[in-house]
Design a protein around this ligand. Sequence first.
Ligand SMILES: Cc1ncc(COP(=O)(O)O)c(C=O)c1O
Length: 349
Amino acid sequence: MQAVLRPVSAEVGGALPNAIDPFALSLNENPFPPLPAVRSALIRSIDVANRYPEFLPERLRRVMAGHVGVRADQVVLGAGATGVITQALQALTSPGDTIVMASPTFDGYPILARMARLAPVTVPLDEHGHHDLDALADAAANARVVVVCRPHNPTGTLQSTAEIVNFLRRVPPATIVLLDEAYIEFAAAEHRIEALALIARFPNVLMVRTFSKAYGLAGLRIGYGLASAELTRTLWAHQQPFGIAITSLVAVVASYDAEDQLLQRIRQITAERRYLRMRLSAMGIYTTDSYANFVYLPSRGRLWRDEFAGSGLRIRFDADGGARISVGSRASTQAVLSAVGKTAAMTAS
Ligand SMILES: Cc1ncc(COP(=O)(O)O)c(C=O)c1O
């Protein structure tokens, strides 16, 4: 039988997500579409899409280094933080090596560990969603890689700088520490760890960051890593030729130029997070102390998946029964509160 051919454009048109869908709360995306200046820069780069980008992203590396305050040879690039982590595991590990991570954690880690054929060891979070850094350091003693997300996903919690430094002092120099800062821009300035000093002191640390979250460019796949030149030398040798799209350089430069507007959006998102947590708390619902653009509701005996069923909201539920909800617009917040409120009313009646 002959297959019915449909125009490809119809297929793709329907596949593009909606930039401002208030119900899309499962991927910790930014609820705002690109800033006008970033959008204009992107359009200019699309006009030269017949040309390759740089062979290796040297200019982007320099731009990022200048902005972050490190040297260019301390930066590596990837297709999102995911690309940087993949590249690091590929360059620095051998099949069968051990990788230590918290449980639960960003679900990319078990997947990427499997792809690199690593043996995962997991360390449970405490009851408030914090890392058990002592247990992680103990496990790291026999591992090739240990992962710490700061803020953590799915709980949004953040270990203090002093705790992280103490932890790093306990990890052997031959163990690579992936310090995942995918959400760090949502934490106040006093919680940031100064990259230049940290990588100078700990040459085994790779700080991983992304343009997918606070910068709101998840669809462009821009991530970067910061580490000692000793470590980046190995990673840069695995930098894919022509691997960073031509859109990346202009999007990053335009985003840095529009920093004030981005900060304004970040403030709006964190204010909305505080409001959502406060309203949930007033309804008797515990959420972990989140420093990111999402809130986490541990199960604590409640079946969140069932409670949100039928709400139309897309939320991430984990194997432990917890619910991770991205912070969106006020319409998103209201939809979440109304879903929880309905269940509360049903339980009471
Ligand atoms: C902790 C953490 N690290 C890394 C990533 C990957 O982000 P990217 O879009 O930059 O690949 C995510 C995405 O949700 C995340 O939560």
